[in-house]
Design a protein around this ligand. Structure first.
Ligand code: 2HA
Ligand code: ZN
Length: 271
């Protein structure tokens, strides 16, 4: 059996959480990540017959029965994952009843998965239906994206359009746009269901005045999506109070989308 602390998926979780913490997006216990793993790969590091504990999830995730995820822990700080992954992360498998998680590794202090597990697993279910290669769901509190929530209408067409105007690459990186939810109570099945519904259409979902969710086939893709939104939001916040002299026009966004051959939300442009 290989040492799990050297597993590529543990390394990716360590690097990503450390990076996000350093960017200032994940204060205290803010943010959470879930990553769908390949069973054969996990079996190189763990005895899959050995269950440390079972933890009820409180909701039905039947489409994910048997699936294995590495997940950040509730109350755990991104800041601390790198130095102590076995306390701050856990590897879980969804059992046959669909409502229980078997702990295969981690949370060695008795901890458990993120309070946002409903939003994560429901989003995995939704994304896998439209993109069978989806692996990662990431939630974080990026500073400028959050700031923009307070000064910009929380309307998904207008919000996406403002972001697309801020960087030339935006419409190419997230041509499917950004879904937006109003402020809602977090940690509940309700916000999980609302997020998953948006995830049928979008890989990015803003939680009004809270943060953002991203979905992708790899850690890099998912992080890259959120990073690009955050960069655009930063430019927006640096310029929102100044007279706008220049902008990227809608006709130019069409040129970009067509040149890079991306399927974009035409209805989010004002053509
Ligand atoms: O896990 O970010 O949304 C802490 C949070 C809750
Ligand atoms: Zn949050």
């Amino acid at each position: 059996m290989k040492n799990i602390l050297n597993a590529p998926f543990v390394e990716e979780m360590k690097k990503t959480t450390a990076n996000m913490y350093r960017l200032g997006w994940d204060e205290r216990n803010g943010g959470n990540i879930s990553y769908l793993l390949d069973e054969k790969e996990v079996a190189e590091y763990l005895d899959l017959g050995k269950v440390l504990r079972t933890i009820p999830t409180g909701f039905d995730a039947s489409p994910l029965i048997g699936k294995i995820f590495i997940v950040t822990g509730t109350g755990k700080y991104f800041k601390n994952v790198e130095d102590d992954p076995e306390t701050n992360l856990g590897i879980i498998r969804i059992t046959e009843d669909g409502t229980t998680a078997e702990l295969l590794w981690g949370w060695k202090d008795g901890g458990k998965f993120t309070s946002e597990l409903p939003a994560h697993l429901m989003s995995h279910i939704a994304r896998l239906k439209v993109e069978p290669r989806n692996r990662v769901i990431m939630h974080t509190h990026p500073t400028y994206t959050l700031a923009m929530n307070y000064v910009h209408e929380l309307d998904e067409k207008k919000f996406t359009h403002s972001l697309w105007e801020m960087c030339t690459e935006c419409i190419v990186v997230f041509p499917d746009g950004v879904g937006v939810l109003p402020w809602m109570l977090c940690g509940t099945a309700e916000i999980g269901e609302a997020t998953a519904k948006k995830m049928e259409e979008f890989r990015l979902v803003v939680w009004g005045m809270h943060g953002i969710y991203g979905a992708g086939t790899t850690m890099d893709e998912t992080f890259g999506l959120i990073e690009t939104v955050e960069k655009a939001a930063q430019i927006y916040m640096l310029t929102a109070h100044l007279p706008r002299v220049n902008t990227i026009r809608d006709s130019e966004m069409v040129e970009l989308a067509e040149f890079f051959k991306v399927k974009y939300r035409k209805d989010f442009l004002n053509l």
